[in-house]
Design a protein around this ligand. Structure first.
Ligand SMILES: [Zn+2]
Length: 279
């Protein structure tokens, strides 16, 4: 009987010991499995994030290259809205070293039918042109933004020269005593000792702008006209074009150009010509 009890006690103890050991052995395996699992996940996540980082770096690399490319290719356009509400009749040299003088900022034309002064229209269209060009990534500098702001023609040229503009577009409208005269033209510098470096580019840009502008708006195309008497041309070191948008002395053109409702369309037509210059 004692042997039996002793046997039973020993058996129970052994079972407990075995049970305990097996529990201890099983537990780490499960634990290890979890750890391995987690590490696998971690490894996967690490690899994944590394790949993502590489991808991002590649994308960023491409982006950086593009930004660099864009910066290199960004064109600077100076928009010069003609005239002002006050004008300036002091005189300035028509060209460097010249004895010829011209008023600094003459008053522009006024619509014969609408009675809207040219300076209102040039500032309005110039501002809209700026917005349009900037929406396409151009760097735009305005010589003036207020109707009352009066700048001399040398001042206007100096702003463009200092900004190293790729192109200066000077916004104007024509006038004639003959009300039947109509159409738009692009004035460009004649080849002389001051404009030698800019006359060819100015001619090319002037042609693009006037052809596109007149096509877009169905206005008569008077072409490019070379001038040697423009102070703003003779002092310019960068390509420059004066766009005469039409005649404020012609009923049809005055009604179209002086009406602010058409200014966005007109600005877009000018911008399309500018885009063509740099295609
Ligand atoms: Zn003008």
């Amino acid at each position: 009987m004692r042997r039996k009890i002793t046997y039973i006690i020993i058996s129970v103890c052994m079972l407990l010991v075995i049970g305990g050991c097996s529990e201890k052995e099983v537990a780490p395996v499960i634990k290890d499995k979890n750890i391995v699992g987690k590490e696998d996940n971690k490894q996967e996540q690490y690899n994944k994030s590394k790949e993502e980082k590489v991808d991002n770096r590649e994308e960023n690399g491409v982006e950086e290259e593009n930004i660099e490319k864009e910066i290199i290719e960004v064109k600077t356009i100076v928009i010069d809205p003609g005239h002002s509400s006050v004008g300036n009749f002091e005189k300035e040299q028509i060209s460097p070293d010249s004895i010829k003088m011209k008023p600094k900022d003459v008053l522009g034309a006024t619509g014969d039918y609408t009675k809207v002064p040219e300076y209102k229209t040039t500032v309005s269209i110039g501002s809209l042109l700026k917005e349009e060009l900037e929406s396409k990534g151009y760097n735009v500098i305005m010589t003036k933004t207020e109707e009352s702001e009066s700048l001399s023609n040398i001042d206007r040229a100096t702003i463009a020269n200092e900004s190293k503009a790729d192109l200066v577009v000077r916004i104007h409208a024509d006038s004639s005593e003959d009300h039947s005269v109509k159409g738009a033209s692009a004035l460009i510098p004649v080849k002389n000792q001051y404009t030698d470096n800019i006359c060819e580019a100015s001619k090319n840009y002037g042609e693009q702008i006037i052809n596109t502008y007149t096509n877009e708006l169905n206005i008569k195309n008077r072409g490019t006209i070379s001038r040697d008497d423009m102070t703003g041309f003779n002092w310019s070191k960068v390509p420059v074009v004066i766009l005469e948008m039409g005649f404020l002395s012609n009923k049809e053109e005055d009604n179209f150009i002086s009406n602010t409702e058409n200014h966005e369309r007109i600005a877009k037509a000018i911008s399309k010509g500018i885009y063509k210059c740099f295609e």
